[in-house]
Structures are given as C-alpha cells and as structure tokens.
Design a protein around this ligand. Structure first.
Ligand code: ADP
Ligand code: MG
Length: 285
C-alpha cells in the first residue's frame, strides 16, 4: 500500500512540475520517519527545498544570459586599494534601490581602477535578486545596432535591449561611435529612460562625449540628459589595479592621457542647455 501511495506521490509531483521535490521526496519521507517529524514538517521542508532550488536555478540562468566577461564580486573588491571609492556608497548601490526607481549609474575613471569589476559585481547582485541583466561593451552595442539597421531588425533589437531590468554598457568612449550608431544609441537610451536602469562605465569626461559621438554635441547632450536625469555618478580617481605590481617594482604607473587622467572634469556641451541632474546625485570620489 505504502509503495503504491509513494508511486502516486511521484506522479503527482511530476504532474505539478515539482521536479526537484519529486527527486528528494523519498529521502525526506525516510528522514521524517526516522526523526519522528510531523507531516507538516516534512511537507514544509519539501516545499522549501523546491523553492530554494528554483531560485538558484533562476539566478544561474540569469547570470548565464547576462554575458558577463568575468565573474567578480563586491567581496573580491579591495576597497583598501582604492580609498577614493566610498565603500558604503557602493554597498548601498548593491541593495539595488536604484533599479526600483529606474535610476542609472555611471562609473567614470581611467583604465584599471575597477569600473568593470564593480559593474559586474552589481550585475551579479541584480541577477541574484531576480532582475534580468545584460552586459555589453559599447563598441559591440554600436556594432549590433548598426547591423540591425542594415538587416531591418532594429525594432526587435531595440525591444530586446529595452526589456532587461539592468543594461550594463561597458567602456563607453574607448572607441568612437559613427553618427548613425550615435543616433541609434540615443533611441535605446530614450526607450529605457525612466523605465529601466542603465549602468555605464567610461574613461571619458562628460565634456568629451561629443568626441565619442562623432563630434555631434547635440546627440551627446541628448543621451547624457536622459542618462543623468536620475543618476548616481561615481568618479573614481585612483591608481590602476592592473599596474599595481608593476608600480611596486618599477615606481609609479606611466602617465595617462589627460582624458584618462581626469574624467571628472566635465565640460558643458554647447550649444545645448546645462544638463538636468534633478533627482540624481553626483559623488566625487
Ligand atoms: P577598469 O574597467 O576600470 O579598466 P577593471 O574593473 O577591468 O578596470 O579592473 C582590472 C582588473 O583589476 C580586474 O581583474 C579587476 O578585477 C581588478 N581590480 C581592479 N580594482 C580592484 C580592486 N580595488 N580590488 C580587487 N581587484 C581589482
Ligand atoms: Mg573596464
């Protein structure tokens, strides 16, 4: 009788698509008998384990679909090496309140200061918290948008890039955009504006964004307007982590170009009016 009931239980769990529960139900029932647990306790544990398993699987899937270039966490970030970064501020960002408000985050600074590391770490937190996330380099984004224009799939591309709760655009400004790419990026930013968050990393000051967008100050300003309206800006001024061992052995790191050295030096993007920053915060690290 017990065997028949157990077989039926397996069928029912499978019909309800509780696949993990189906795999562990025998073990939990046996443990329940051995430890004289009540039915309620056994049932509670069974459902708890199914829920935990589903959450973990969902997070693993989101992390896979996010296409991070590497997996680095906040715990792996040495705040002692980069004292210019306010650790508490970053930990506050990691609670992901900005995603609920569709706020943006801009991480600015020269090469090697940990912008991509922090972007990935926050992206991982978002995935674990159930938010769909997508990581892409600015260069690849520009390439894909242009390709979608060529093969008439722009609408689909804009739709798929707009739906993620967090879009991480890495390395804005390392390579210039051509005019059509700049306009397409504007369309994407406009779609996500006040709906979903964008995290941008860049080695360029805001004043240099016109150069990034083929000298088009109007489109650069339009993009920045929307990005900065509800935004937190972290200006990271510090040494390169990549060069830390080299500088310990051979003295200070090689000097960088002025753009790299001081992305915080934001210039105005004439002839457009000043940037709106209402509701946003600018943090100078
Ligand atoms: P950026 O994007 O600013 O050029 P990255 O985030 O790619 O720099 O950092 C370069 C490398 O150094 C990565 O492997 C990253 O994990 C590591 N790194 C940078 N800053 C730190 C830090 N403060 N603590 C630990 N690792 C760091
Ligand atoms: Mg980087």
């Amino acid at each position: 009788m017990e065997i028949l009931e157990r077989a039926r239980l397996h069928e029912q769990l499978l019909e309800l698509k509780l696949r993990h529960a189906e795999k562990i139900v025998d073990r939990l029932c046996e443990e329940g008998t051995q430890r004289s647990l009540s039915y309620t306790e056994v049932l509670g544990r069974l459902l708890d384990e199914e829920i935990t398993h589903r959450r973990d699987r969902g997070a693993d899937l989101r992390i896979k679909l996010a296409h991070f270039p590497f997996k680095k966490t906040l715990e792996q970030f040495d705040f002692g090496f980069q004292p210019g970064i306010d650790q508490r501020q970053v930990e506050e960002l990691a609670t992901l309140g900005f995603l609920k408000e569709a706020g943006n985050l801009l991480l600015l600074g020269p090469s090697g200061v940990g912008k991509t590391h922090l972007a990935v770490a926050l992206g991982l937190k978002a995935c674990l918290a159930g938010c769909s996330t997508y990581f892409i380099s600015a260069h690849e984004l520009g390439r894909r948008l242009l390709a979608s224009l060529a093969d008439d799939t722009l609408e689909d591309k804009l739709f798929s890039l707009s739906k993620h709760t967090l879009l991480i655009i890495d390395e804005m400004g390392y390579l210039p955009f051509e005019p059509r790419q700049a306009t397409l990026l504007f369309q994407l930013v406009a779609r996500r504006y006040e709906r979903n968050s964008i995290l941008v990393t860049s080695n360029k000051s805001f004043g240099q964004w016109a150069e990034v967008f083929a000298g088009d100050a109007a489109v650069a300003s339009a993009i920045l307007d929307r990005l900065l309206h509800h935004a937190t800006v972290l200006n990271i001024r510090g040494p390169s982590y990549r060069l830390k061992d080299r500088s310990a052995a051979f003295g200070p790191a090689l000097p960088l170009g002025s753009a790299d050295r001081d992305p915080a030096a934001a210039g105005s993007l004439s002839p457009r009016p000043p940037l709106r920053t209402k509701g946003g915060k600018t943090i100078q690290a």
